[in-house]
Design a binder for this molecule. Sequence first.
Ligand SMILES: NC(=O)c1ccc[n+]([C@@H]2O[C@H](COP(=O)([O-])OP(=O)(O)OC[C@H]3O[C@@H](n4cnc5c(N)ncnc54)[C@H](O)[C@@H]3O)[C@@H](O)[C@H]2O)c1
Length: 353
Amino acid sequence: MTNNQHPTTTRQPLAVNRPPSHRILVTGGAGFIGSNIAGALLRLDNVELVRVLDNLATGHLKNLKEFEANPKFEFVEGDIRDFSTCQKACDGIDLITHQAALGSVPRSINDPVTTNSVNIDGTVNVFFAAKEAGINKVVYACSSSTYGDSPYLPKREDVTGKPLSPYAVTKLVNELYADVFSRFYNINFIGLRYFNIFGPKQDPNGAYAAVIPLFIKAILEESPPTINGDGLTSRDFTYVDNAVQANIKALFTKKVAALNQVYNIATNERTTLLELFDYLKILTGSQMDPIHGPERLGDVKHSLADISKAMNYLEYVPEVKIKEGLRRTFEWYKSAIYKDFFRQEKSKEEVPL
Ligand SMILES: NC(=O)c1ccc[n+]([C@@H]2O[C@H](COP(=O)([O-])OP(=O)(O)OC[C@H]3O[C@@H](n4cnc5c(N)ncnc54)[C@H](O)[C@@H]3O)[C@@H](O)[C@H]2O)c1
C-alpha cells in the first residue's frame, strides 16, 4: 500500500492518551515493604497486573488479604531459590520490584547459610529469570548495612565501608550482581538502599522483629522494652510510604541517567533509640521506661543518609517524617488488624540469639 491509499474500514481511535499498562512482579510481596508496594501499585491506573511471588518464610497471607478480590492481583506461592519458579513468575511481566530476602543482622549471624542462599542465590535467580523473560527493568531492595564500618555521616552512595555482618555481605553482593548483569545483558537495574523502614504490616513477632514494632508492642502490652546498649545508637528511620514512593518512581522513571544506580532511601533525619522511645511515650501517653541490655553484635552505631541523589535523579521526596510516620504506625497497630497480628504469638522462626 502506498502513502495515498487508505483503507476504507472505520478507524479505531488511537490509544495515544492511554498510559501504557504494566504487569509488575513484586517478589517478597507478602512481607512488610513488599505488601505496601503491592497495595500502592494496585491503585495505579497504568498497572494492569500485580503478581506477588513469596514463600511466606517471614511474610504473611494476611498482608495480602485486602487485595484478594482485586482482579489485577495474583499470588504465586514459591521460593526464589528455585529458578523455574522465578521463570514462571516472570512470565508476561514487564517490570519487577525485588523485595524477597531474609532480613535481620542477627538472623544472618545465627544462620549465614540460609541468608546467603536466599539473598544471593535467590536474587541471582530473579535477575537471570528477568533477563531470560526479556524484562527491561528490575528495581531491587538494597540496604544501608552496606555502609558497614564507614565512619562518614551522612552516608553517600559512593563511599561505603566493610560490611559488618553476613546480611550486609549479601546485600552488597546483590548490588555487584546488578552492576555486572546490566553490563552483559539488556536489562536495567535500580537499587534502593533502605534505611530502617517502619510502618503498617511490619511484623512485631519473632526473634528478629525490628525496633519500632517491638517498642510499640511493648507499650501496648505495658511491658518495658529492652534497648540494646546505651540507647544512643542512631538511625535514619524511614516511614514505609517513602520507600513505596521510591519504588514507584524507580519503576516508572524514563530518565536514562537514573538507571543502573543505587540510591539511599531515607529521610535525612537522625534519631537515637532513646529519642525514638520518647516520641512514642509522648504519642501514646505511656510512662514506661526501657530496660538496657548489651550492645548488639554486627550493628552499626550511627546511620544517617544523604538523600540528594534520589531526590535529583528519581525526584524522590520523603513526604512523611518520623513523628507523623510513628503516629500512623501506632494507629495501625492499635487497629483491628494489629490485634490479628498479635494472635499469632509464636513465630515460626523463634530462634534464640
Ligand atoms: N525493613 C527494613 O528496614 C529494611 C532495610 C533495608 C533493606 N530491607 C530489605 O527490604 C526487603 C523487604 O524487607 P521487609 O522489611 O519487608 O522484610 P519482610 O521479611 O517483611 O519481607 C521479605 C519477604 O520476602 C519473603 N521471602 C523470604 N525468603 C523468600 C524466598 N526464598 N522466596 C520467596 N520469598 C521469600 C518473605 O516471606 C517476606 O514476605 C528485603 O530485601 C530487605 O533485605 C529492609
